[in-house]
Design a binder for this molecule. Structure first.
Ligand code: G16
Length: 538
């Protein structure tokens, strides 16, 4: 076999962020940049030798090049079986599912999530471990350490592997299986949800799913149109494009503004959903109604046991710390445990593997269950359809009923983007220094009951994560959280999270506006950053 040991120089900037290594395409395309990172993964996951590896990505620019490189390196590192999506496509949740189903030793998922794609856009590479979960911090730290001193990588010199043709071939003793990227995922969804009920509901209700020219198009088409009988027009922007059609596939109020606008028209569909670049995020909308991710998690928690895959009920729920506490109220009523973890899906994985969770979610438009170890955008849209189909209520009616029962957690996230590192540090350091003196202080009738830098001890393996966001808590009433984003590829982004609880749902968001003013007086975010307000509100 023609295996080459190639000399290389280490790069100093290969530290994975919240979810894998995300860089501009220009950075990733530097000589040996990708190879170095992949080599570091193989050296730190020796169990890949002789085992099965899953491989695929969101189809963005550079996906095809990177897949060929990884196949050649996997062969050189003794991988016995490579399962790769046709055209190199796999959504993030589908990849996680395949790692589980094929009992693979891990998988590479090529995506920069919702970040723009194309030659001037971003690219990313994520390694998920056996079981399908994102690599834990100890592994990503070890991978990063390896990248800092690499001087060689191992690669097989093989001709390009055709990824358009389904089927198996043997390359230098490694079995390469090109699979339909949708099959296993669609089968799983059909097990979890009541497709007959959804099909019947779709006879009289209209759904729109916007795939934003990213990876979920083929998944949504197969499931919604072919399996559930929705009309063709139900799935929009269904063709995955290497530059995502020039768009920004981040399903939120800003980047899916057209869909949001449509939902406020008299002829709005009964449910609209959108997903992101790699298919793990979701946004849920009803007529005249945006369901915040925290509310979506809470509503699904309240209804999940009525869906076929979840009849045994919830073992537990989890949310990341900045995510609204709406789900906590449901967990309390159902008497199931509710875990609060740092931002990043990887922190749910131990709890899921240990059987402590059925459902988890994050404010960053992520929701999923124990069927995979990633968030799952299309799963969330199907779960909502199933809940609506069996409830007999419209989405706005369902939300009103939920808030009447559990109260309403008003929620907003304000993003301050493109900040110089020094400015972001100054804002964070300033608030951190002020925290100890805040407890017991009153701000317009709200008393600070807790003010700290969030740290988490994993209840399964005892590992500790520190510096996970600064929080100012006003009992059950409100929270202000400030955190630095871990997914950017350039300058710093600060996220300010605001949550206000209304036991009796109010007619407008005046409480939240008021809390935003308190937040500025506490964090000095605008004052210290020289900004007038956030770049993005979601
Ligand atoms: C990734 C992680 C999520 C996390 C999000 C936070 O999402 O998978 O678990 O909530 O990042 O991003 P940030 O650190 O910027 O706030 P994705 O969809 O970008 O892979």
């Amino acid at each position: 076999m023609s295996i080459e040991l190639c000399a290389t120089q280490p790069y100093s900037d290969q530290k994975p962020g919240t979810a894998g290594l995300r860089k501009t395409v220009r950075t990733i395309a530097q000589p040996n940049y990708l190879e170095n990172f992949v080599e570091a993964v193989f050296r730190n996951v020796p169990e890949l030798n002789g085992a099965c590896l899953v491989l695929g990505g969101d189809g963005r620019h550079y996906n095809a090049v990177a897949i060929q490189t990884i196949i050649a390196m996997a062969i050189a590192h003794g991988v016995r079986h490579i399962v790769v999506g046709q055209h190199g496509w796999l959504s993030t949740p589908a990849a996680s599912l395949l790692i589980r189903e094929r009992e693979a030793a891990g998988g590479f998922i090529l995506t920069a999530s919702h970040n723009p794609a194309g030659p001037e856009g971003d690219f990313g590479i994520k390694f998920n471990v056996a079981g399908g979960g994102q690599a834990p911090a100890a592994l990503t730290d070890a991978i990063h350490a390896t990248t800092r001193s690499l001087d060689q990588y191992r690669i097989a010199r093989i001709p390009e592997v055709a990824l358009d043709i389904l089927g198996e071939r043997n390359v230098e003793g490694t079995r390469i299986e090109v699979i339909d990227p949708v099959d296993a995922y669609a089968d799983c969804m059909a097990q979890l949800f009541d497709f007959a009920a959804i099909r019947q509901w779709l006879d009289t209700h209209r759904v729109v799913f916007d795939a934003m020219h990213a990876i979920t198009g083929p998944y949504a088409r197969r499931i919604l149109i072919e399996m559930l009988g929705a009309p063709e027009a139900s799935v929009r922007n269904a063709e995955p494009l290497p530059d995502f059609g020039g768009g920004h596939p981040d399903p939120n109020l800003v980047y899916a503004a057209e869909l949001v606008q449509e939902m406020h028209c008299p002829a709005a569909p009964d449910l609209a959903a959108a997903s992101d670049g790699d298919g793990d995020r979701n946004m849920i909308l009803g007529p005249g109604c945006f369901v915040s991710p925290g509310d979506s998690l809470a509503v699904l928690a309240a209804h999940l046991n009525r869906l076929p895959g979840y009849r045994e009920g919830l073992r537990g729920v989890a949310r990341s710390m900045p995510t609204s506490r709406a789900v906590d109220a449901v967990a309390e009523a159902l008497d199931v445990p509710c875990f609060e973890t740092p931002t990043g899906w990887k922190y749910f994985c131990n709890l899921l593997d240990d059987g402590r969770l059925t459902l988890c979610g994050e404010e960053s438009f992520g929701t999923s269950s124990d069927h995979v170890r990633e968030k799952d955008g299309l799963w969330a849209a199907l779960a909502w359809m199933n809940v609506l189909a069996i409830s007999g209520q419209s989405l706005p009616e369902l939300m009103q009923a939920h808030w009447q029962r559990f109260g309403r957690h008003r929620y907003e996230r304000h993003d301050y983007e493109g900040l110089p590192d020094a400015v972001a540090d100054a804002v964070m350091d300033g608030l951190k220094a002020a925290l100890p003196a805040l407890v017991g202080k009153h701000f317009d009738g709200l008393e600070v009951t807790q003010a700290d830098d969030f740290a988490y001890v994993d209840p399964v393996d005892g590992s500790r994560a520190e510096g996970q966001g600064l929080r100012v808590v006003f009992g059950h009433q409100a929270r202000i959280i400030l955190r630095r984003s871990g997914t950017g590829t350039g300058s710093a982004t600060l996220r300010l999270y605001l949550e206000y609880f209304e036991a009796e749902p109010a007619a407008d968001d005046a409480h939240l506006r008021h809390l935003a003013k308190i937040a500025e007086s506490i964090t000095q975010l605008c004052a210290r950053s020289g900004r007038d307000g956030p770049d993005l509100r979601t």
